[in-house]
Design a protein around this ligand. Sequence first.
Ligand code: SF4
Ligand code: SF4
Length: 278
Amino acid sequence: MAGPILGRLFLVFTYLNAGWLREQVCIYMCPYARFQSVMFDRNTLIVSYDQARGEPRGHRKKSLSHQQAREAGYGDCIDCDLCVQVCPTGIDIRDGLQFECISCAACIDACDSVMDKMGYPRGLVRYTTENALEGQKSRIIRPRLLGYFAALVLMMGTFAWAINDRMPLNFDAERERTQLYQTTRDGLISNVFTLSVRNLDDQDHTYQLTVAGLPSLTLDSNTINVPAGESRLKVVTVTANPDDLQQPSHNIVFSLQAQQNERIRLERETSFLGDIRR
Ligand code: SF4
Ligand code: SF4
């Protein structure tokens, strides 16, 4: 039931995000822009406009060679605005680093294509560091980077462990509410439980059902089949010898064990009720 609802929610939000909100998602909703600024330092590779090379910007005749443009006092930026037009968040990279930048590099490709057409060297907008832009040496391997790498390895390891440790089975055991217990013709005490079993695996499973907690406990049914990704209700009767019941309520434990995979096993504790007049 939750699957189709979630699927429709994803569909609606994908349509709203991609069809209507578009760059507003990048500017106002994406957390990347917010935390990237605290991770940066002067040695971080970022998409940058080389101000020293590009300024003073200005339109010029295409016939002007690179050398002639320099002699005429022009920088390499021809002020075509293509880098702004292709930017999904609508910013001008020539204004410097801005939090809206999602480092998609579309402006790099756009500017390189302009440089090619003009016969200028590529890389007016490029991946570089603040230190490199100021003519200083960049240090790529530094403690901050090693710290990020260690944090990344830790997170990936935790994620892998969580996936590996995930139990693809869930179930609840609920006792019949209308009658606390029954006495059988043989004088035994029985409780009726409804088991709600959810198979979270991508394979069908037959589960072996057992119950423990009192020496004489028996079940009227020991297996339950649940197809992949589905859930099933099963009503089971648990019977015990009244001689074992020393108090009105005893803790008992249901166990479900997948027959096809011994790793898939789950237990649920509940209570077995007997004669409360004892
Ligand atoms: S695409 Fe390159 S040349 Fe054109 S305005 Fe942007 S930085 Fe200047
Ligand atoms: S990399 Fe360039 S095109 Fe992409 S978001 Fe940043 S400034 Fe805009």
